[in-house]
Every structure is written in structure tokens, then in C-alpha cells.
Design a protein around this ligand. Structure first.
Ligand SMILES: [Zn+2]
Length: 333
């Protein structure tokens, strides 16, 4: 019994030391042994996910400005989507007023001073939004512009029953604003230029009642005490099938500079160095006042002034092509 007990005791001791040595060997052989894998808990133990459908599309969360950041096509697209979520935005509508407030707030979040130029033209309340950075001690004074109002009636619609409906203006209106707002976020703060971002009103109601085209930009140029060195307007530049030709009125030197910059970025398929259209757009009042100006516009857009000018026609990549080009051109100029 005794012996037996002693033998068992010896066996237990041997087993104990074998375990210690075994553990030591395991640790030395696998010094960086990973933590044991956690077996995922099957998903069916969680309560089912509840999907909440918002009653109306929420505004995009204002992103903190990162100056000198690269132009983000998705962020510009979110700005286009927000404008579309407000509905058609013709002059005098509630959606138009909401657009003004939102543009001003977005500019201030991006660190710009913004003011609203309130005008009355032919009895219509017209509001240009002007954001500025820099002063006359800096080099060139450049105006970048886009209209934010949308056309009262879809008078190019294929369906005769829909000609009186308002235009949503995802491309014709919202796309230019999206590009300008993203530029507001990413333009380097130390750019050696005085830059104004101008959001023109009342561009798009020509040939309707007592309206005319380009009312906001015309009044803006007329009210200038001093003239900027040049102006660049973007309009209808969100089309997924982006093809921007030289606009014929535009200043030839500056348009060549911009299109060459685009080619340098690999965007030569979107920026085509050939003249195609003559367009009455917000660059025209600048040209008429002797200020060099360029219109960047893709007029090959079958949904122009129809009810089909909707968000699905706009692509983040097209917005990025325009934004990257303007950012590179402004920085290098
Ligand atoms: Zn239009």
C-alpha cells in the first residue's frame, strides 16, 4: 500500500513536471502565438435589425474642412443629393430659400465668409450668394460661379402633359453647386489668390413669362465696384457621360489652360479641345464687361429642361473630374 502510494506520488510528480516542461516548450516554440480565435456567435442570437425609414432625406452631415485635401467626388455628390432632396428650387419657392440657407451654412463650416446679395429684378426676389477669401493684397482675383436656381417648367419634356412641371435640376443647377462647395472645403487656405465663390440665382427662367436668362449674374457684375481678373462658371457638369467641349464665347487663353490641365490629369476624354456650342450662361455678363471668362458646360445632356434631370443622371466621378481640374488649375496658375 505504502509503496503503491509512493509510486503513485512519484507518478504524479513526474506528470506535474512533464506538464511544466511541456508548457515551457510550447511557449518557446511559439513565442508570438496568437490569442485564441474567438468563435463568432451565430447571428440568430441577436434581435432582428430594425430598419428605420426616414420621413425625408436628412441633410448630409457637415464634414470638417480639411484644407488642401483632395477633391472628393462623393462628398460633392452628397451635396447634389441634398439639393435634390429639397425638391425643385425655382426662384421664390420654399425649397429655394432652404437652399440659400444651406449653401451659406456649408460655406461657413468650410471656413468662408459668405453673404447674400438681395436684389429685386422685374418684381422677382433674386439672391446671389457670395463667399470670399483673401483680399486685394493677394495676387489674382478669381471668381468661380455656378447657378443654384432651377427652371420653373420642364418645357423640353418629351411628354406634353409634363411641360408645366418644374425641373428637378440635379445636373442643371445642383451639380455646379456641388463642385463649388467641395472646392470651398479643399482649396488650400494659403493659395496666393483672392477667390470668390459665387452662387448665382435666377439663371434659368429664360423664355418664361417676364423672366429672362442669367438675371442674377447680370446684376452681380453690374454691382461690382472693381472687376475681378477672371471668372470661371460651371454648369451641367455632373452628367455620368461627361463631355465638355470648348464653349465658343469663352476666353480662348483661359479655356485652353483649363482643358490642358485636365489632359495632364488624364481627363482628356471628358475635356475635349474642340469648339461645339455657343451658350448664354453666367459667364456672359463678365465677358460683356470686359472680364475674361470661361463656361465649363456639358451641353450634350438629353434631360436638359425635362422632368428627367434627376439624381440618377449625375455621377460622383464626373464631379471629381471637374473639381480635380479646377483645383489643379487654380493651384498651378
Ligand atoms: Zn438650365
Amino acid at each position: 500500500m505504502q509503496n503503491m502510494q509512493k509510486k503513485h506520488k512519484n507518478n504524479r510528480r513526474l506528470f506535474f513536471w512533464a506538464c511544466i516542461i511541456g508548457m515551457f516548450l510550447a511557449c518557446s516554440l511559439f513565442p508570438g502565438a496568437p490569442a485564441p480565435t474567438v468563435t463568432p456567435v451565430p447571428s440568430d442570437v441577436f434581435p432582428p435589425t430594425v430598419t428605420v425609414t426616414p420621413t425625408s432625406a436628412p441633410p448630409p452631415t457637415p464634414t470638417k474642412p480639411v484644407f488642401g485635401d483632395r477633391f472628393d467626388g462623393e462628398r460633392a455628390f452628397a451635396d447634389v443629393a441634398h439639393q435634390v432632396s429639397l425638391g425643385p428650387r425655382p426662384v421664390g419657392s420654399v425649397a429655394h430659400a432652404r437652399t440659400v440657407t444651406w449653401i451659406v451654412e456649408s460655406l461657413e463650416i468650410a471656413g468662408w465668409k459668405a453673404e447674400v446679395q438681395e436684389l429685386e429684378i422685374a418684381g422677382h426676389p433674386v439672391r446671389n450668394i457670395i463667399a470670399s477669401r483673401g483680399d486685394d493684397t493677394q495676387g489674382e482675383w478669381i471668381v468661380l460661379g455656378a447657378h443654384y436656381d432651377t427652371r420653373l417648367h420642364a418645357d423640353q419634356d418629351a411628354d406634353p402633359e409634363r411641360l408645366e412641371e418644374p425641373v428637378m435640376g440635379a445636373n442643371d443647377g445642383a451639380s455646379g453647386v456641388g463642385v463649388l462647395l467641395e472646392l470651398a472645403r479643399v482649396l488650400p487656405k494659403d493659395l496666393d489668390k483672392r477667390v470668390w465663390l459665387v452662387f448665382f440665382d435666377a439663371e434659368d427662367n429664360g423664355r418664361i413669362g417676364d423672366w429672362d436668362w442669367i438675371l442674377g449674374s447680370t446684376a452681380f457684375v453690374a454691382a461690382l465696384d472693381e472687376h475681378p481678373d477672371l471668372a470661371v462658371v460651371v454648369d451641367m457638369i455632373g452628367d455620368a457621360d461627361l463631355q465638355v467641349y470648348y464653349e465658343i464665347f469663352s476666353d480662348q487663353t483661359i479655356r485652353e489652360e483649363i482643358w490642358t490641365t485636365a489632359a495632364g490629369l488624364g481627363y482628356q476624354d471628358a475635356f475635349i479641345q474642340e469648339e461645339k456650342y455657343t451658350i448664354l450662361d453666367d459667364h456672359k455678363p463678365f465677358l460683356d464687361a470686359g472680364i475674361p471668362a470661361v463656361d465649363i458646360i456639358d451641353f450634350d445632356y438629353p434631360y436638359w429642361h425635362t422632368t428627367e434631370d434627376t439624381l440618377d443622371k449625375v455621377s460622383p466621378q464626373s464631379l471629381k473630374i471637374i473639381g480635380d481640374t479646377l483645383l489643379a488649375w487654380l493651384t498651378a496658375r
